[in-house]
Each structure stands twice: as structure tokens, then as C-alpha cells.
Write a protein that binds this ligand. Structure first.
Ligand code: CDV
Length: 307
């Protein structure tokens, strides 16, 4: 039986601090409409799609409140969920979450998977938080560890239109564990949102590799785990900081099937053949048949300091 899922990546250009939620949500709705017109069945938006990437600044409590969502959908994000229902198109949305949990306020860098009827399918909270708690001299200011706790929901996989979907956020995409955990849990498609600076103060000699290092781990992750990957950037010059684009859809062969060409609002679409997963698996990465977890355990035990 043929199994396909038409994926849309909704890259956005910059979201400046002055933008209202209504303006930003309006842009996202427009992108969703473009994705639906192109025949998409599932769309992905960037990490922190509703706001500017505020961890680039050192802010105090009174200044950060407005960047978090207490409820999704809330009054300002509802139009996006209405659009999903109207267009019959589900989406994954990255945003900053503030949750009442364990008797306290907890903050997470979150992505929700939303069904075509506007209902919540599932939630992921970013596990690999890059940067630091406070600014460090000589490094790009990147304070996710000041503003978020590491995710506490593991690497869940959700059913959507008969396909199994995993979610990941930005720095997660650089770690092999992300794809391996999701694919051990049965993911067939991994949706990713990111905000990635084009230059890093700590390693300017590597600046020319920023795009290569964007695609390299996603292509390797797709290939080594026989999974489709769809990744959406927030791109362009945001509050004076250049963010890379390069949003893409990657096949289980590791090939880039669709690639954004701008650093602005842009939709790319690809009809993903889920059957290709089995084809690739037959060639090499049949986990059940060929993985040797018992041996990996032994290797881990042996890996100690060299005498
Ligand atoms: N938002 C991110 O997680 N950004 C990181 C940067 C800071 C290296 C990334 O991996 O793209």
C-alpha cells in the first residue's frame, strides 16, 4: 500500500521585538494558507515562532513575561488553530511555554503538534538547551539556560494521519541521540524548528560552515535512522542578529528533497514517500535485525579512563 504524507516547511523571516502577537500569528496563518494551497497535509513552523528570539538578551523577570504562552491555544494564538480547522491542515508550532507544574511556574522551550481539527496531538519540550545561564565574555549571548528548564517529556512520537511523528527543537538537531531516540520510538517523520545565528563570537573561523553544520546532522540523522526530516528556520536579520535560513525537507536517503532559498517568510513542500523508509531500511538500517544494543552496553561499560 502506498503511504505518502505531503509535508510543508513554513520558514519565517525575522520576528522583531516590536511585533505584536496578532501580527505574528497573522503571518503564520498566511503561511499555513500557502501550505494548504500547495496540497500540504502537515506543516512545521520554527522554534519560538510567536516571538523574537529573546534569549539573545539578558532580561529580568519583569521583562520576559510577555514572551511566554500560559495556554495554547490562547486568545492571541486561537486564529492559527481556527485556520488549521478551516484548512484541514495540522501543524507543529514552537513557542516559549510557562506551565504550572509541581506547584511552581516552570518554563520550557516547547513544540506542539496540532491536528487538522485544531486539537492538540502532543507536546515536546526541548531537551538540549545550548548556551549558558549568564553572558560569558567572548561568546555569542545565548541564554536559553537562563530562561528554560531542560524538557521533561522525553522523545515522544505521535500518530498523525496514519504516520508516526517526532518533534525536536534547534540544538536537538545536532545530536545523534535525538533521531535515534525518536526512531527507536518508531518515528517516520521528524519535525524541527530552529533559530540559528549566522555567526558565533566564540568561533568566527567556523562561520563559513554554519549552513554545512545545519544540514550535515539532519541529513546524517535522516539517513542513519531512515526517517523523513522537515526543518523550519526563523531566518534573516532579527534585532540586528543574522539568523541562517536553509529550511529543508530531507529524505531517508539523506538527500535534500526541498530547500528554502530566502531568509524570509517562505513555504516549501514535498510529498514524502513513507515507503522509502522501508526501502532504505532493507539496504542497511533495519534496527531489529542489525543493531547490537548488548554490545553497545559493553562498550559503554568499558569506556573509562585509559590506564
Ligand atoms: N536555538 C538554538 O538552539 N540555537 C543553537 C545555537 C545557539 C548554536 C543551534 O544549535 O543552532
Amino acid at each position: 500500500m502506498d503511504r505518502h504524507l505531503t509535508l510543508a516547511v513554513c520558514q519565517t523571516g525575522p520576528v522583531q521585538r516590536s511585533a505584536t502577537r496578532a501580527e505574528t500569528v497573522g503571518r503564520l496563518v498566511h503561511l499555513l494558507e500557502r501550505a494548504a494551497a500547495a496540497g500540504a497535509e502537515l506543516a512545521v513552523f520554527p522554534e519560538m515562532a510567536l516571538t523574537t528570539f529573546f534569549p539573545r538578551w539578558t532580561l529580568d523577570e519583569s521583562e520576559i513575561e510577555g514572551f511566554y504562552e500560559e495556554r495554547v491555544p490562547g486568545p492571541q494564538t486561537q486564529p492559527l488553530f481556527d485556520a488549521a480547522r478551516r484548512l484541514r491542515l495540522g501543524f507543529a508550532l514552537g513557542y516559549s511555554e510557562i506551565a504550572d507544574e509541581d506547584g511552581r511556574k516552570r518554563r520550557f522551550n516547547t513544540m506542539d503538534l496540532v491536528d487538522a481539527d485544531g486539537s492538540l496531538v502532543g507536546r515536546y519540550r526541548k531537551i538540549h538547551l545550548p548556551g549558558s545561564e549568564a553572558s560569558e565574555a567572548g561568546t555569542t549571548v545565548h541564554l536559553e539556560r537562563r530562561y528554560f528548564e531542560p524538557g521533561n517529556l522525553g522523545f515522544p512520537v505521535f500518530a498523525y494521519r496514519g504516520a508516526r511523528i517526532g518533534l525536536a527543537l534547534c540544538n536537538d538537531r545536532r545530536w545523534p541521540e535525538t533521531y535515534r531516540m525518536l526512531c527507536l520510538n518508531g518515528a517516520e517523520v521528524v519535525l524541527i524548528g530552529y533559530n540559528t545565528p549566522a555567526v558565533l563570537a566564540e568561533a568566527p573561523t567556523l562561520d563559513h560552515l554554519r549552513m554545512f553544520h545545519n544540514h550535515l546532522p539532519m541529513q546524517a540523522g535522516a539517513y542513519q535512522n531512515t526517517v523523513w526530516v522537515a526543518a523550519a528556520a526563523k531566518a534573516g536579520v532579527e534585532e540586528g542578529q543574522a539568523l541562517i535560513g536553509g529550511s529543508c525537507i530531507i529524505a531517508p536517503t539523506g538527500e535534500i528533497a526541498a530547500l528554502a532559498v530566502s531568509v524570509d517568510d517562505e513555504v516549501i513542500v514535498h510529498r514524502a514517500d513513507l515507503g522509502l523508509i522501508d526501502t532504505c531500511r532493507r539496504v542497511n538500517f533495519d534496527f531489529a535485525r542489525y543493531r547490537r544494543p548488548s554490545e553497545y552496553g559493553l562498550i559503554a561499560e568499558r569506556a573509562g579512563p585509559v590506564a
